[in-house]
Unconditional design. Structure first.
Length: 543
């Protein structure tokens, strides 16, 4: 019977505990992002309305709501979707839990996720008005669910420390007005008078088209706000009006706050492989319009991030106005005409993710890569000094040849993030040979920065023909561990730390025959030669 999952930073806060309960207890097979948003909303309502209640009472209220969540909880989820944690558990477990009856599901989560004893689960079920709890607990203990490996099955990444702060309407409206008029760089080019078109028109939603002032990007910050409108159809008012109306009529149309107006910045209007195409932006959302009869495509792009290209479709990208040269990771020159690239081949990796383009210009040299979202992310590496006195992590630097090769492996090893990534940095903190004939391997810490904030560190053990996701990591002081099966079939626990550090296991009695070879720790289970599934508390000490 596994105890409550341990984390490297100690006991989890009550808030995190309650969110975890609400996440796993919910019914159905909803997408993880919506499951998390609803779970956090449930907990926020409980802890903010009754902040002085003890944990047992708060747990009961959270479980009661999560077992049968009201449909109203899915209305207005925006603040919670924007505040998702850095990492979410694998969906396999929640899919299996959906087949259990609600009381059995609660009992399973309390027993296996929270590590509560049977009598404590019985008391909790009674508080939930389950009349005969013992058969429910027996059914939970006997449930045949996937053998999920702790701690990744039950833990979340950073970003679950306190309730979500919801912004009042007036400041949001003021922020929209300020954004539309930022530094005088955006000017109105079409107003509601030219966009009238009946119900659902741009006029009805009080939308108007904006463009950045010419040359605004030369003296201002490198943001999307200063990208000029490009393309041979920017002067075609009929086409740009149709694009704006199409976005206004779509379910993803921006809604003006209160009774104010809202602007849509024109980034591109031209022909892409003969197809009239427009890119419009509002806040962190970009709409791509490709003519009548085709739906408007919406993707996310951080307004403050003007350094990465925007997809135009067909493998072509719109570059930032300060980019003057583009090449593939292999060094082939990519033709660019008025900011639009020729067709760019997909990354040369088995999974189709990885380094995509090397860009040069006034914004410096950088490599962007495809991590599974519409807009690429900036890929960087963090080198470590070669001498002991220099063994500290340096600032992120553009990818060199070795960094490109590393990212071609890491991009496929990382799980696809739940949220769009703006920048991703990789640090190779251990290389060597695995014991017992395991062959050469390297341990990498990858830091992902998301549009809504909340960076996440992910550790990965890379081998010749396999990779292992090994949980979260700290880029500055990386340490990570995982259960690993040797070619002989025997299971061992491996852990490695960055230069100047030594991994250390705090869990007494869990492992035996611990052997530290340099910065690699090798241990096994005292109970059996097989993988024990016991959570390990791992830290790093100065070496």
């Amino acid at each position: 019977m596994p105890e409550k999952v341990a984390t490297r930073n100690g006991a989890e806060t009550h808030y995190r505990e309650l969110v975890r309960l609400a996440y796993f207890v919910q019914p159905g097979r909803a997408r993880r992002v919506y499951r998390m948003a609803v779970a956090r909303r449930i907990v926020d309502e409980v802890v903010t309305r009754r902040p002085r209640g003890d944990l047992a009472r708060q747990r009961t209220r959270v479980l009661r709501r999560a077992m049968r969540p009201s449909r109203r909880l899915r209305i207005g989820l925006g603040p919670w979707l924007r505040a998702l944690p850095a990492r979410l558990p694998d969906a396999t477990l929640t899919a299996a839990l959906a087949d259990l009856e609600p009381p059995v599901r609660v009992a399973w989560v309390l027993r296996r996720v929270e590590g509560m004893r049977r009598y404590a689960v019985r008391d909790q079920l009674l508080r939930l008005r389950v009349r005969d709890p013992w058969p429910v607990i027996d059914a939970a203990d006997a449930a045949a669910l996937p053998d999920m490996e702790p701690p990744d099955a039950f833990s979340f990444g950073p970003g679950l420390d306190h309730p979500v702060r919801r912004r009042p309407l007036i400041p949001v409206a003021a922020a929209v007005v300020l954004t539309a008029a930022l530094g005088g760089t955006l000017v109105v080019t079409e107003n509601e008078g030219s966009l009238a078109g009946g119900a659902g028109s741009a006029a009805d939603r009080r939308l108007h088209l904006l463009t950045a002032a010419a040359g605004a990007w030369r003296g201002g910050p490198h943001r999307l706000d200063v990208w000029p409108a490009r393309g041979d159809l920017t002067g075609d008012r009929g086409f740009t009006a149709r694009a704006l109306r199409a976005w206004a009529r779509s379910p993803a149309a921006p809604h003006p706050p209160d009774r104010g107006d809202i602007g849509a910045q024109l980034l591109y209007a031209g022909r892409v492989d003969g197809v009239p195409t427009a890119l419009l932006r509002n806040g962190d959302r970009v709409a791509r319009y490709s003519g009548r009869g085709r739906p408007v495509e919406i993707f996310t792009a951080a307004a403050g991030d003007g350094s990465t290209p925007l997809p135009l479709g067909g493998g072509r990208y719109l570059l930032a106005p300060w980019d003057t040269r583009a090449t593939t990771p292999g060094g082939r020159r990519v033709r660019v005409d008025a900011g639009v690239t020729e067709r760019v081949p997909a990354p040369r990796t088995p999974c189709g993710r990885g380094p995509l383009l090397r860009l040069e210009g006034a914004g410096g040299v950088r490599t962007v890569g495809d991590l599974g979202f519409s807009r690429p992310a900036v890929l960087t590496q963090r080198p470590v000094g070669p001498r002991p006195a220099e063994r500290r992590v340096h600032a992120a630097v553009p990818l060199q040849a070795g960094g490109v090769r590393l990212w071609e492996r890491v991009a496929c090893a990382l799980p696809r993030p739940e949220r769009p990534v703006t920048e991703a940095s990789a640090r190779q903190f251990w290389t060597g040979s695995l014991p017992y004939g395991g062959g050469p391997a390297e341990w990498v810490c990858t830091n992902l920065s998301f549009i809504a904030g909340g960076p996440a560190g992910e550790a990965t053990l890379l081998r010749r023909d396999a990779h292992h996701a090994t949980g979260s990591c700290d880029m500055a002081k990386p340490v990570s561990g995982t259960w690993w099966q040797a070619p002989s079939g025997r299971w061992y626990y491996l852990a490695a730390a960055g230069p100047g550090l030594v991994p250390h296991i705090q869990s007494e009695g869990v492992l035996r025959t611990t052997d530290t070879r340099g910065r690699l720790l090798v241990a096994s289970s005292p109970r059996s030669p097989h993988h024990s599934g016991v959570p390990i508390t791992l830290t790093a000490r100065a070496g």
